[in-house]
Design a protein around this ligand. Structure first.
Ligand SMILES: Nc1ncnc2c1ncn2[C@@H]1O[C@H](COP(=O)(O)OP(=O)(O)OP(=O)(O)O)[C@@H](O)[C@H]1O
Length: 485
């Protein structure tokens, strides 16, 4: 068993679109025409996007007493195999149950049997104490035996062998770099035996998002988001994009009001695998480039309608689209080649929209074009066109339900919570939450709020005192083508 240097991986969906201004046909085609390199990035996965049901299977992650665990025979078989793959595994860990099954890994809860032999600076013990079950019949010191300490739990993430070694190493290296970041689940250690890699993380008790999000008050939302933004601020400070922010990757315990960010499988360093995109140009330079591109490619028919070349010979553009459906920022959908940490902020915005609207999943698109339709329905054609132009894309649509100005977020929240017919109004707190939401769901990444700024926003300050009360020491942690859709 080899120990891998402590402390990401997978769904790196790169695909191509044409420089400056690709067409709808291209967009659809490009999904299928991934080149060899793209396929390698995808780790051989056919489609690493999850549908809502796949992402959030029935309450699998809800807590139950470990003593009550009845294991499915397939699960126990997998657990046996895992223990057999690593020499000495059984003396180090006692596998208890499966706690999560993702696209790229299976996660088990285990007892750390050799806890006392190692440096445990990762331990969130103070918080964990109250979550651990009563100690097993321990022998008192009077009996001449050492008092048995409470069991220490870890989460063992078995990374599927289909993940490329580069990706696995990336996840582990990033986790190692992030080991001291507040609200980020640290890596304890990792092991490799032949092609099998497991990462060992502190076990963090959490509830299923679907069980609590509808019950959250605005104050609860503020505390939840403060915890998530604390994690993001520290991740972004070191120039890392998480790329897969969604409820299942932020393990939150509503009781202690603490959360940790997990799954850096898609994370990357800002600026790696980047090509300049015109969204980073100044306004005048961008305008000039867009005009030149339009002259080269736009075709106007006799009746004045805009068209696109059938035989488009322009080279394709490749951009990283890794992430989960419904949570992807507009610049990811527009295949911006210079994405920044702001993509994570958009995803947090989608989480907040979900909580405020009491609808999960809020966005339910089958693919990126549908995702654009959903966003365009809310923000309207005009803003969406502007957003596309930022990245050199022309957004055109004739879908009648996409109005030119879209809808205000407060109206959407009232509709989705069935309050508009009764003429009910939003509370002051909700209005404050919506103002913050508008800052997260800003279509232009340069104008979108950063994690650091978010922590200073009055909405996130709302819950600060109560959040600190509930967390004890944790409080000290502080903190174009033609696109026709
Ligand atoms: N440290 C932990 N403590 C407790 N549970 C955990 C921990 N890490 C992961 N889990 C559980 O395992 C699930 C899957 O973990 P993770 O997201 O890291 O794997 P994944 O294969 O990348 O999943 P996905 O494809 O859904 O993103 C999590 O949603 C969570 O329920």
């Amino acid at each position: 068993m080899a120990t891998v240097a402590p402390a990401c991986r997978r769904r790196n969906e790169s695909f191509r679109i044409h420089e400056d201004a690709p067409s709808t046909e291209d967009t659809e085609m490009n999904e299928n025409l991934q080149d060899e390199e793209d396929r390698e990035d995808d780790d051989g996965e056919e489609d690493d996007e999850n549908t809502a049901e796949e992402q959030y299977p029935e309450s699998e992650y809800s807590e139950s007493s470990d003593e009550d665990v009845v294991l499915d025979s397939n699960i126990s078989h997998d657990m046996e195999r895992l223990q057999d793959s690593f020499p000495g595994f059984r003396s180090k860990y006692r596998l208890i149950k499966r706690i999560g099954e993702g696209t790229f890994s299976t996660v088990y809860k285990a007892e750390d049997l050799q806890y006392d032999r190692y440096d445990n600076s990762w331990d969130m013990e103070k918080e964990n104490e109250k979550w651990t079950p009563p100690p097993l019949k321990s022998l008192s010191s009077q009996d001449g035996h050492q008092r048995r300490r409470k069991p220490k739990y870890v989460a063992i993430k078995k990374i599927y062998v289909t993940s490329s070694p580069t990706r696995i190493l990336n996840e582990l290296e990033l986790l190692h770099d992030l080991r001291d970041c507040a609200n980020v689940c640290p890596l304890i250690t990792a092991f490799r035996a032949t092609d099998q890699v497991v990462a060992v993380l502190p076990y963090f008790r959490h509830a299923d998002f679907r069980e609590y999000f509808r019950k959250m008050t605005v104050l609860d939302m503020s505390i939840y988001l403060r915890s998530l933004f604390t994690a993001l601020a520290s991740v972004h400070r070191v120039g890392i994009l998480h790329r897969d922010i969604k409820p299942t990757n932020f393990l939150y315990d509503p009781e202690t009001r603490r959360g940790v960010l997990v799954d850096f499988g898609l994370a990357e360093r800002e600026g790696s695998d980047c090509k300049p995109c015109m969204c980073h140009d100044d306004h005048a330079a961008r305008k000039a480039r867009l005009r030149a591109a339009a002259e080269r490619t736009t075709m106007v028919t006799a009746n004045g309608a805009i068209g696109y070349p059938k035989q488009d010979t322009r080279p394709s553009r490749r951009a990283n689209r890794a992430g989960t459906r419904g949570f992807r920022a507009p610049e990811v959908l527009f295949k911006c080649t210079e994405q920044t940490t702001k993509i994570d902020i958009w995803s947090v915005g989608v989480i907040l929209l979900t909580i405020l609207s009491r609808r999960f999943p809020f966005f339910n698109s089958a693919d990126d074009v549908e995702a654009m339709i959903e966003i365009a329905t809310i923000f309207g054609r005009e803003k969406m066109k502007q957003a596309g132009r930022l990245h050199g894309c022309v957004f055109e649509t004739s879908i009648p339900t996409i109005g030119s100005h879209g809808f205000k977020l407060d109206k959407i929240i009232l509709w989705s919570t069935c309050r508009s017919d009764a003429g009910e109004k939003l509370s002051d707190d909700e209005e404050q939450a919506i103002k913050f939401l508008e800052r997260c769901l800003e279509l232009d990444p340069a104008k979108r709020i950063s994690a650091e700024q978010a922590l200073d926003h009055e909405f996130l300050r709302m819950g600060m005192d109560s959040s600190m009360e509930g967390t004890g020491d944790a409080a000290e942690d502080d903190e174009m083508d033609m696109l026709r859709v």
